[in-house]
Design a binder for this molecule. Structure first.
Ligand code: AP5
Length: 191
């Protein structure tokens, strides 16, 4: 199964990807996690990315393409993948199509997790208190939401044009959302 998860900040992409990873035994590739690891390890990438992430903006496309190309070149991806946080704009979506076309592993399903804005604000406020992620402050979350609306939301249209997009209601319990996603993926496989 080769899946892209789309959705606003706090919509549950990371939570659901972790569960789908166990269910399908395929890697979960989160560019947010890869970047936060680079920041924690103080690598050159991490030093470049930190200030950008803390402002709620997107890390430059060429940097992200190098990162994702390297990850998608690893052996475990041949079994399938769940992409979370990439692609994040139309240029990234087109670059990803080219990279995956080259390795013969094109996206099979794109799932857009839809959650009302009030709900995501509430979830992120809760996470901010529990985990203290540096980009979860109210001001930065507002910026991330704007970046999502302007740059990332159009990516759903890209996959809709390819006939690969499914929309899933992302509210309710984590288990309820997971069952909806699994149902949508199964329908896609069954055609
Ligand atoms: P990234 O880490 O991708 O952040 P994001 O897209 O803003 O997503 P979040 O992690 O906030 O939310 P999520 O949808 O994964 O939800 P989650 O499952 O955590 O990116 C961070 C930054 O890195 C970007 O701003 C950018 O700077 C940079 N970056 C990353 N990728 C990039 C790219 N491709 N190009 C350029 N820059 C890039 O859930 C949120 C909370 O809600 C959790 O606490 C969870 O427990 C809870 N929750 C989940 N589901 C439910 C539910 N059903 N009910 C109640 N609570 C729930």
């Amino acid at each position: 199964m080769r899946i892209v998860l789309l959705g606003a900040p706090g919509s549950g992409k990371g939570t659901q990807a972790a569960l789908l990873k166990d269910h399908y035994s395929i890697p979960h590739i989160s560019t947010g996690v890869l970047l936060r690891e680079a920041v924690a390890n103080e690598t050159a990438l991490g030093k470049q990315a930190k200030a950008i992430m803390d402002r709620g903006e997107l890390v430059p496309d060429d940097v992200m393409l190098d990162l994702i190309r390297e990850r998608l070149g690893q052996e475990d991806v041949r079994a399938g993948y769940i992409l979370d946080g990439y692609p994040r704009n139309l240029a990234q979506a087109e670059a990803l199509d080219a990279v995956l076309g080259d390795v013969g592993l094109p996206v099979q399903e794109a799932v857009l997790i839809e959650v009302d804005e009030d709900q995501v604000v509430e979830r992120i406020a809760k996470r901010a208190m529990e985990e203290g992620r540096s980009d979860d402050t109210e001001e930065v979350v507002r910026k991330r939401m704007r970046v999502y609306e302007e740059q990332t939301a159009p990516v759903a249209g890209h996959y809709a044009d390819l006939g690969l997009l499914t929309r899933v209601f992302g509210e309710g319990t984590i288990e309820e959302v997971l069952e909806r996603i699994k149902g949508a993926l199964q329908q896609g496989v069954d055609g």
